[in-house]
Design a protein around this ligand. Structure first.
Ligand code: E4P
Length: 218
């Protein structure tokens, strides 16, 4: 499973990259705003900085909600760097734009997906990635992981190439459950990745090893 980090924070991206387990980055307008990055030029420059830190795909979201605007924005984003994946909302014009970019060989991530039907449409339109938001479904008492299982079954039934990018991952158990269900990618905060490191027996075992080593070197 690929690990993407879901942030626009350069320090966190650098930290995840330094662990050697990072495969890419996802961003969205809210994550940019959280870092104080506003205005078209600043946002484009920020994408460049992110691409300089990581080796993999960087999802950059369009702001337009109509077809022509999405094409214009997406083409400009894709022209910036080969790592850029154009992130499109799951609306009719987003699906049309996805098909357009697929025909042009430009990578896409269809975002704000909350149902199996939406994921099927994204795959039919040739999306590189589909982003089902599991945390936001959990937030409204709907099983987000069940959606990952449904999409996995549908994509496998028809051998769709679209990668399932489990998004809105909130914690470490989401990561593990998505891996069990066969999600191709997960995107979550740095804490969801670092949480995988933790086990009390590891800490206890290491403390004991170090204490025993120290005894022999008194
Ligand atoms: C996906 O690409 C989104 O940026 C993201 O995962 C949304 O997560 P949230 O529901 O925690 O805001």
């Amino acid at each position: 499973m690929k690990f993407f980090i879901d942030t626009a924070n350069l320090d966190q991206i650098t930290m995840a990259q330094s662990m050697g387990v990072l495969d890419g980055v996802t961003t969205n307008p809210s994550l940019m705003a959280k870092e104080g990055i506003t205005g078209k030029e600043n946002i484009l420059n920020h994408y460049k900085k992110i691409c300089d830190i990581v080796d993999g795909h960087v999802s950059a979201e369009v702001i337009s909600t109509e077809y022509e605007g999405m094409i214009k924005e997406g083409e400009a984003l894709a022209a910036m760097n080969d790592q850029i994946v154009v992130k499109l909302p799951m609306i009719k014009d987003g699906v049309r734009a996805c098909k357009y970019f697929n025909d042009k060989g430009i990578k896409t991530n269809v975002t704000l997906v909350f149902s199996a039907g939406q994921a099927l449409l994204a795959a039919k339109a040739g999306a590189t990635y589909v982003s089902p938001f599991i945390g936001r479904l959990d937030d409204i008492s709907t099983d987000g992981l069940n959606l990952i299982a449904e999409i996995r079954m549908i994509y496998d039934n028809y051998a769709f190439d679209t990668e399932i990018l489990a998004a809105s991952v909130r914690h470490t158990m989401h990561v593990i459950d998505c891996a069990k269900l066969g999600a191709d990618v997960m995107t979550g905060p740095l804490s969801s990745i670092e949480g995988l490191l933790k086990h009390p027996l590891t800490d206890i075992g290491l403390a004991k090893f170090l204490a025993d080593y120290a005894k022999g070197n008194d």
